[in-house]
Design a protein around this ligand. Sequence first.
Ligand SMILES: NC(=O)c1ccc[n+]([C@@H]2O[C@H](COP(=O)([O-])OP(=O)(O)OC[C@H]3O[C@@H](n4cnc5c(N)ncnc54)[C@H](O)[C@@H]3O)[C@@H](O)[C@H]2O)c1
Length: 379
Amino acid sequence: MDLRISRKLGTKLLFVPAAGALPAKKGRRFVVVNVGIIGCGSITKFRHAPEYSSNKDANIAGFFDPQKERSLEMVQMYGGKAYESIEEMLTDKSVDAVSVCTANRFHASITIEALKAGKHVLCEKPMATSVEDAEKMIDAARESGKSLMVGHNQRLTDAHVKAKKILESGELGRIISFRTTFSHGGPESWSADKSSKTWFFNKKDAVMGSMGDLGIHKADLIRWLIGDEIVEVIASVLTLDKKGPQGELIEVDDNALCILRSKTGITGMLTVSWTNYGVEDNSTILYCSEGVMKIYGNPEFPLEIIWKNGEKAFYKIGSIQTNENQTKSGIIDLFIDSLVKGIPPAISGEDGLASLKIIFACMKSSAQGSSIRIDYPFI
Ligand SMILES: NC(=O)c1ccc[n+]([C@@H]2O[C@H](COP(=O)([O-])OP(=O)(O)OC[C@H]3O[C@@H](n4cnc5c(N)ncnc54)[C@H](O)[C@@H]3O)[C@@H](O)[C@H]2O)c1
């Protein structure tokens, strides 16, 4: 008898007889989480679709994109169906969870709709385009009892995981300050549109530029690495060079220089740029009382420690994904694992909100020319 695992996620998993023909993959006996993917651009093509496809506990139910040729391409590669609308996907009772992989503007409304329809959601970053919308998403998750996870995958890279372990061990003493940066030549060569017409440059759809694309990653990473919340920022968020289709400067930021201070006083610099036309930089340095930790500064050794006494340690561990070199992010496995085990998602809506607050505080600081304090109801 063919068997499948009960979809009663969050409760004890039961083996029950298969109900009809499941869209099982070749050689697979059990289907745990049936997933729909909304938005079929680059992040779906390079990450969500292949990573769900290779997860033994997930099955891709189908895809939706308003540009149907994009969902059809995904269906051809990974199976499932090309839904005609988001509504069709969300009313499909066989769908347990969805990935929201659209332009930023649609993240909140689609996520809330999906949660209300009883689906678990993995939403790409930035989780929303306003703090209020992010709060509504968290409320919708709470009210529906479904999971909301945000795609802050930087936490999952080998060097960041190792760095966190070392920092938590206390070997490096107290964290004093940091410098974290994310820069590359811009999203126009990455986005499915492959031109300066990309939504990433359009204020209405993106709301934030390099800060929403890159800064949000580093805001989440720093909060997680230092184990503390950022409570004050002062920043310059700028549009310096990136041009739109008519040769005019784009409507959103392409660079930002931000000073962040945490609740316990750890102070550092977060910088982002879409105008680094050389080699992508995704590096972080933590200056601690017993030495310095450098992450992704040296391609040969992704993690280096220089101790106060001059001794050095070099770790030859996995490199980070770049736009040109996509490797498995692990975010999908983490999402599916939390659903299968019925545990809260490792990177919560509250995490997404805290990072978003840092980005909006930096934008406000830049506009007002003053430092901005950040309040969190949960610290
Ligand atoms: N976690 C990461 O490292 C990472 C990396 C890149 C992008 N992202 C995020 O993923 C999201 C998508 O980015 P991308 O690079 O795939 O962009 P993209 O331009 O390549 O693709 C976006 C897709 O969304 C579709 N879309 C737009 N509005 C939609 C709607 N209302 N419903 C369904 N589909 C819709 C578009 O047709 C397009 O196919 C963005 O929010 C971005 O910030 C995350």
